[in-house]
Design a protein around this ligand. Structure first.
Ligand code: PGA
Length: 256
């Protein structure tokens, strides 16, 4: 059975002080949860402060991006060893906002994944179609290209360490969630693709999160789908009550 993983993507929100206040509440509210893996992904400059509070807790810490070189003349970038030493265990790679606004490509996603794995950071790799692609029935073709190119050259053992997040871009921050059936259809497609690229065992063990307007009210229906193994949560991860409710609504839903 795949353990569901709920990760909060805070994006460009929260000062270190606000971040510490939020994780202190989450730590208290979620301390008894054991059947869901919980992650928060603050901005880089909050990692250390958040780690001070979350050390020894059941909540892991992730970063929102990583550069592929370890060090050097790369002004403004941050590397895997630095993230690791700042408390991060996970890193989001290839989020659609990075692809849309910062020129991220499947090729750079691939380099970032390899850098993260080299330093034992768990990549959360995002894929997803934009609305026009869905309307033109190109969703599967887009997802296949993103997965094949982003995951190029990885071994099955490496793939097993990673998490994929399917985030239809039209559902991010819009309040328009994919229906559980729409999401499940793509999750199953991704799992079948992992089987083709790697093998059955790998496909069955990789967790695939759904992302895009996940809220407490739609969590259980989404998580109840066979191939949905958690969520990458944006807006609703910024408040303790909604993030806590999403985690709690995931508990006990998975039986596969
Ligand atoms: P949202 O964002 O939950 O605010 O739609 C999800 C994401 O971008 O990861």
């Amino acid at each position: 059975m795949r353990k569901p993983i709920i990760a909060g993507n805070w994006k460009l929100n929260k000062t270190p002080q606000e971040a510490m206040e939020l994780v202190a509440l989450l730590k208290r509210e979620l301390s008894t949860v054991t059947d869901v893996e919980i992650v928060v992904c603050p901005v880089f400059t909050c990692l250390r402060d958040v780690e001070d509070i979350l050390a020894e807790s059941n909540i892991g810490i992730g970063a929102q991006n990583v550069y592929w070189e370890d060090e050097g003349a790369f002004t403004g970038e941050v590397s895997a060893p630095i993230l690791k030493s700042s408390g991060a265990k996970y890193v989001i790679i290839g989020h659609s906002e990075r692809r849309q606004y910062f020129g991220e490509t499947n090729e750079t996603v691939n380099k970032r994944i390899k850098a993260a794995l080299k330093h034992q950071l768990i990549p959360i790799v995002c894929v997803g179609e934009v609305l026009s692609e869905r309307e033109e029935n190109k969703t599967f073709a887009v997802i296949e290209k993103q997965c094949k190119e982003s995951l190029a050259g990885l071994t099955a053992e490496e793939m097993k360490l990673m998490i994929i997040a399917y985030e239809p871009v039209w559902a991010i921050g819009t309040g328009k969630t994919a229906t559980p059936d729409q999401a499940q259809e793509v999750h199953k497609f991704i799992r079948d693709l992992l089987k083709k690229i790697f093998d059955e065992d790998t496909a069955q063990s990789v967790r695939i999160q759904y992302g895009g307007s996940v809220k407490p009210e739609n969590t259980a229906d989404l998580m109840g789908q066979a191939d949905i193994d958690g969520a990458l949560v944006g807006g609703a991860s910024l408040k303790a009550d909604s993030f806590t409710a999403i985690v709690k609504n995931t508990c006990g839903v998975k039986t596969n």
